[in-house]
Design a protein around this ligand. Structure first.
Ligand SMILES: Nc1ncnc2c1ncn2[C@@H]1O[C@H](COP(=O)(O)OP(=O)(O)O)[C@@H](O)[C@H]1O
Ligand SMILES: [Mg+2]
Length: 290
């Protein structure tokens, strides 16, 4: 399996994100998940085997499973003709949308940046939480804690008031309701497959032709979500099948989290790949199509 960290296709180029490359195909977008890995918003040199396939196929899986909650941008998993075969399994043709300028984060458990903020202020995204919570504590009810969608650099957490100022109260309520509904559905499903969906991030967009809001970008992947092994969680251990493993490794280095990224040891690359593949197989019950 070829590891792909860059693409150069004979199609009009739309955007290079940290992980996905987009090209236009008529009025649609061909979104390609590369094997690039980003952590702390820095993209690493090394690609992660199968990562692009996992992100693409897991998103497709969840888009299909959640379409009763909200429509999404996925049109086709077939690659348009006359393009290189490495695109198969890592690409989707999507509807072009105007992204809502919010990262719609939902947390059902306290961890990561949310836990850091809680330790400092007792709050996450302007929402006060009970005292005495620990890393990994399940919240009484999932909370919607959107952040800014920065073009460059880090996304900043917002209070509900700040988020409403950015998108308006009607859109805010719609984003919140859909995000919470998607999270709860996915949480319960994942739990039945042996995984705890601790938190996740959604992106929504408007179709140019209509006022309708749809789910865009990726959905419920190990890049956009934290998944823990349920068995370990029940024993009080947070074992992540996602990027947390890389973040934990990076925390052991004396790296200031600014580019250039440090080299990732082969073992970290391999173990990250294994974790992404495990998440895919546990959630879908299928082998990855490569
Ligand atoms: N249907 C869509 N229409 C327009 N833009 C989209 C659509 N789906 C996703 N995007 C955008 O494409 C980019 C996906 O690439 P990604 O590597 O995730 O970028 P980022 O570095 O911003 O996370 C994101 O900026 C996302 O907002
Ligand atoms: Mg992204």
């Amino acid at each position: 399996m070829e590891i792909i960290t860059n693409t150069h296709l004979p199609l009009p180029f739309v955007r290079k994100g940290k992980v996905r490359d987009s090209y236009s195909v008529d009025d649609k977008i061909l979104m390609i998940s590369t094997d690039r890995l980003s952590a702390f918003d820095v993209v690493f040199e090394e690609g992660i085997p199968y990562k692009g396939h996992v992100l693409n196929q897991l998103s497709a899986f969840w888009f299909d499973r959640t379409k009763h909650i909200i429509a999404n941008h996925l049109l086709d998993l077939k690659v348009p003709p006359n393009l290189p075969p490495f695109l198969n399994g890592r690409s989707m043709l999507v509807k072009s949308a105007i992204p809502v300028r919010l990262e719609c984060v939902v947390r059902g458990y306290l961890t990561g940046g949310g836990y850091t903020d809680y330790k400092k202020t007792g709050m996450v995204g302007g929402i006060a939480l009970p005292s005495g919570l620990k890393n990994g504590s399940k919240l009484e009810t999932p909370i919607f804690t959107p952040s800014t969608k920065a073009e460059q650099g880090h996304d900043e957490p917002l209070t509900p008031g700040q988020a409403i100022n950015l998108v308006g109260s009607q859109t805010y309520e719609q984003l919140k309701q859909k995000s919470l509904e998607l999270y709860s559905f996915a949480h319960d499903y994942a739990l039945s497959k042996g995984l705890v969906l601790a938190d996740t991030k959604f992106e929504f967009g408007y179709l140019k032709s209509e006022e309708k809001m749809i789910l865009i970008d990726e959905a419920l992947t190990p890049d956009s979500s934290r998944y823990w092994l349920r068995e370990k969680y029940d024993q009080g251990v947070l074992e992540s099948l996602d990027k947390q493993y890389v973040r934990d490794y990076l925390e052991t280095l004396k790296w200031n989290k600014q580019p250039p990224a440090p080299k990732l040891p082969q073992e970290v690359v391999q173990k990250t790949s294994d974790r992404y593949l495990s998440a895919y197989m546990m959630l879908t019950g299928k082998e990855l199509s490569v």
